[in-house]
Design a protein around this ligand. Structure first.
Ligand code: GLU
Length: 293
């Protein structure tokens, strides 16, 4: 791997980091160190309804305690709304987005009564310009969605070649090339009237402008990669390689989370636990790699 290899850890300050986050952070950090590469921290704080400043402060304290050092300034997504908005405007300019005014229950109903049987991903259709203008004028809440069918037509032959290099997942790593399955997601939400921009768009924009070459994250996010590569292709952004790691398991055999006993890093730190204990706890709890979909 080249010395330009750039890794990142991208937590959301919507709660205290726990042991699972420590695994993700150390996974990225250890590989960045081994590669002699860069390590970046990104604060994914666009969901302003759930973000709290004290959680962000705890992230810095917890990661410093774990022995991590990151480049400054830290990128905070909430400072860059205009950048994501430009990417959204570009997709709209290409004719690839549409306004969706469906309520939660209408969406659920549509998924249940899909023509080929119930489905998990929503695929909708733009309204006529008149209907759309009427809805907008009425002040109705909306989401801006990416039309997968239009994205497919726009990308032409490139569509069938979409995928990503996976260097993680299995216990032996190096899974290889995985063809993208964007249909797992359907027409994703890019932005919402009330809440602003959504996760996928911000992540691909940031990974590109921060020069991230290696995305490391839990395999619960591997599904996200199937749609993020579509956004990268549409926006002409470079595609990093991906290393999705296995998840930590709780004693109940389920994914370790706060509700089944994942200790908060802040509590371990304040209790004076040595960092070697954190690494030992992680080693005890690493589940087997996840299988690609
Ligand atoms: N902010 C996301 C999370 O905390 C991680 C996003 C990513 O690694 O792509 O789950």
């Amino acid at each position: 791997m080249s010395a330009d290899a750039t890794f990142r850890f991208a937590p959301s300050p919507t709660g205290l980091l726990h042991l699972g986050h420590a695994y993700s952070a150390l996974f990225a950090w250890d590989q960045a160190c081994a590669a002699g590469g860069r390590f970046l921290l990104r604060i994914e704080d666009i969901d302003t309804t759930r973000v709290r400043p004290e959680y962000e402060a705890a992230i810095y304290d917890d990661l410093a305690w774990l022995g991590l050092a990151w480049e400054e300034p830290v990128l905070r997504q909430s400072d860059h709304g205009a950048t994501y908005r430009r990417a959204l405007d570009h997709l709209t300019f290409l004719g690839l987005t549409y306004f969706c005014f469906k309520t939660r229950s209408e969406l659920a109903q549509d998924l249940l009564s899909a023509p080929h049987g119930p489905q998990s991903a929503y695929v909708g259709a733009p309204l006529s310009p008149d209907e759309e203008a009427e809805k907008l004028a009425s002040g109705a809440p909306y989401a801006v969605r990416l039309s997968l069918s239009k994205a497919k037509a726009f990308l032409g032959a490139q569509w069938t070649e979409l995928g990503f290099e996976e260097r993680g997942l299995g216990p032996d790593g190096e899974t290889g090339w995985i063809g993208a399955r964007p249909e797992l997601h359907g027409d994703i939400v890019l932005a919402r009237k009330a809440l602003g921009l959504a996760y996928h768009l911000c992540v691909v924009v940031d990974d590109a402008r921060q020069g991230v070459t290696e995305v490391t994250r839990g395999c619960d996010l591997q599904d996200a990669t199937h749609i993020q590569v579509v956004l990268q292709a549409l926006l002409g952004l470079p595609r990093p390689t991906y290393r999705h790691h296995g998840l930590l398991m709780g004693e109940d055999g389920k994914r370790l989370a706060k509700r089944n006993g994942a200790p908060a890093l802040r509590d371990l730190r304040l209790a004076g636990a040595p960092v070697s204990d954190v690494r030992a706890l992680i080693a005890q709890r690493v589940g087997v790699g996840c299988s690609p979909r």
